[in-house]
Design a protein around this ligand. Sequence first.
Ligand code: TRP
Length: 335
Amino acid sequence: MNKKIVLTGDRPTGPLHLGHYVGSLRNRLVLQETCNQFVMLADVQGLTDNVENPEKIANNILEVALDYLAIGIDPTKTTIFIQSMIPEIAELTVYYLNLVTVARLERNPTVKNEIHQKGMEKNVSVGFLAYPVSQAADITFLNAELVPVGHDQLPVIEQTVEIVRRFNRIYGEVFVEPQAMMPSNEEVGRLPGIDGKAKMSKSLGNAIYLSDEPDELLKKVMAMYTDPEHIHVEDPGKIEGNTVFMYLDIFGTDKEQIVQLKEHYQRGGLGDVKVKRYLNEVLQAFLEPIRTRRKELAKDPAAVMDILKKGTAATRERAAVMMQKIRQAMKINYF
Ligand code: TRP
């Protein structure tokens, strides 16, 4: 009963890919065994920069839920819920807005970077600028202790901790200070895109999706970035920065075989096509059971939505209890 409360979430803006798997999904499979894990479909946050595309967010709720279930997130161990269906989060966000200055939000490096990337410098909405405040509400309405996130989310978690400290100082100790949980080392915590760029992402168009069909997967693997100076088969090749070998290190199961391939590649005489064919086999074997399970689950979308509905109902019960404590601490529990 004394399990740690863990919260993570994803903006439902598209199906999940191998980068999500390496950066967070596989960690969730571990955490659900020992912690009280909540996984949130962050549709409210997704809407902050998809104002004009509500159907994109709505459609991806099911897609992302299918990805979760297909990789083995188990609804009897992990509570999956939808952010917008917990109005307490919105309520708490309003209270927190008083505890943060506009200047502090404008200085948040993650938000700053996103504003720049999306070209929103001149017209950023209040909702987008303040998403870290809403995220602080996500984390604290459950009094979550652990928040597994990628390195780029660290400034957002820091902002949550500041809000918690300020809240606790003014209103009394209501919240625990949440802790960010990072992938143990940057190399295995982040998967490069198939183009070799540092990050796999939908917007960069360099992603392999958990739901990719075998032929799409093959096409992507064959187009992968390798060693640009490895032109002739007999040339010695580099494995550092070589995407194909980085993927093999993460997804390969026959470590012996990989060591031999690396040696051969560095020595010369091993062509990219051969290594890619091997990686294709490895990834097909990895994705095949996920894809099969996903298709099976997709046959009954109502059953998947029911899992979300139950998870959301259970989460709301907790939210109500927590909100009473919060309102009491803030002296706004009139009746
Ligand atoms: N900001 C996170 C992302 O973009 C998603 C998210 C929303 C989240 N609320 C959260 C993550 C609460 C952890 C905890 O990936």
